[in-house]
Design a protein around this ligand. Sequence first.
Ligand code: FAD
Ligand code: SF4
Ligand code: SF4
Length: 478
Amino acid sequence: MATQRMLQFVSTPKETPQKRTAEDRRDDFEEIYREFAAEKASEQASRCSQCGVPYCQAHCPLHNNIPDWLMLTATGRLQEAYELSQETNTFPEICGRICPQDRLCEGNCVIEQSGHGTVTIGAVEKYITDTAWEKGWVQPGKPAVERDQSVGIIGAGPGGLAAADRLRRAGVKVTVYDRYDRAGGLLTYGIPGFKLEKPVVMRRIEQLEAAGVEFVLNCTVGEDISFDAIRGKHDAVLIATGVYKSRDLDVEGADLPGIVKALDYLTASNRQNFGDDVPEFDDGTLNAAGKRVVVIGGGDTAMDCVRTAIRQGATSVKCLYRRDRDNMPGSQREVQNAEEEGVEFVWLTAPAGFTGTGKVEGVIVQQMRLGAPDASGRRSPEVIEGAEYVEGADLVVKALGFEPEALPTLWNVPELTVTRWGTIRCDHATHMTAIPGVFAVGDIVRGASLVVWAIRDGREAADAMLAYLDQPASMAAE
Ligand code: FAD
Ligand code: SF4
Ligand code: SF4
């Protein structure tokens, strides 16, 4: 019966949840996709051909059991679908919203490869868990038995939170330290609401609190409390601090007022949407309203900045990127969304300097062409000598990527070894660093990556930490 309901991809065309029109979504920070209706979710799930070797699952970093939860959704067994989905993913409704599915699960779906259009896996995953929240199936992960061991987690982003959830369910006392006033890391202050509405993140944090996870916020490790003090308080420690040092530009005029960092700009916008007092937004420093905005960069952060500027009421928004559309790191889906909303992409351009007296007035734009592929396999941009022009700008946002902060120096722990890129060195299977009992996950290990990878790391590290805590004290100290 169940299998008869499946394999509908030939007769049922692919449909994504309805996308709000560009006119409708340009003025607010609400998500741009509407929810699937129950019938539509079931119909779309039924398109899956139930592959014996599911490539979708192999290419999902969490190895979610996609064919099974699609089959359960198609046959109306939603609660079972939810139970199965949350077994491998701590935050399925978040991944359903913001994973770059075109590069992961959906990009590898066999019916996409055969030209029928992928199963809309992310939208179904979001639908299953949003329904579970509505129906009250998502409950705090309170442990059956308490243990007398405690773990300190530094960083309340998806990596730290995924580990906190798993450790708490196993009965460990968990304290999460974060320098911000709200938990969530980049889910809260980096990623804009039009991709991930904030109540979706906040309700997860409330659930963790209800399960007994303690949050110590407004607490910068290395300033308000030392790393050694945290080690002294807990039986094991997890570092999940992400990467926050912005790459910069070394050209004339780069320090003019009006040239700002992407994360400062996005954080101010997210805070403003929370209703916080944001003086730098109110005085115009981090507000695009009425301005000609130029964003520099071609990754997902740049995409978030251009689309934020549109919503703040910029008069024009241009994105300069040194390669072309095919060679950009950002998701094609996001470029399309940005173009629909009125962003202009100026491919094969880079800033050669900035003009202005007292504040930025223009970007000196250097035109580029593509040469031979570099080490990453992408074609390297080359300068076209003499091809420059000035693009007028009142606000310039630098979205050039992020690097790790120098934690061993900042925290005075030279024994915490790092790679030549400054990311923390740790064992790939256990996530344990060079210091016994200290583990690390997420962007601070991988460099700027994805939420789904941080969740995977957090879950794996939690299991390794439990094994570490179960060792006799003499072995753990080795
Ligand atoms: P983070 O989320 O960065 O969390 C780290 C936490 O540690 C922060 O809360 C920080 O305050 C805290 N911290 C740092 N240092 C200290 C200290 N010394 N003391 C106390 N606390 C500290 N990924 C996707 O999958 N999809 C997307 O659409 C997407 N969009 C993105 C958009 C933007 C603008 C950015 C910047 C990133 C985006 N990413 C996206 C990437 C994704 O957000 C990250 O890969 C992910 O959040 C990494 O998780 P993490 O837990 O390692 O670190
Ligand atoms: Fe796809 Fe991400 Fe969900 Fe995995 S977690 S199934 S990659 S949307
Ligand atoms: Fe279904 Fe596509 Fe996964 Fe095959 S690859 S199991 S068709 S979702």
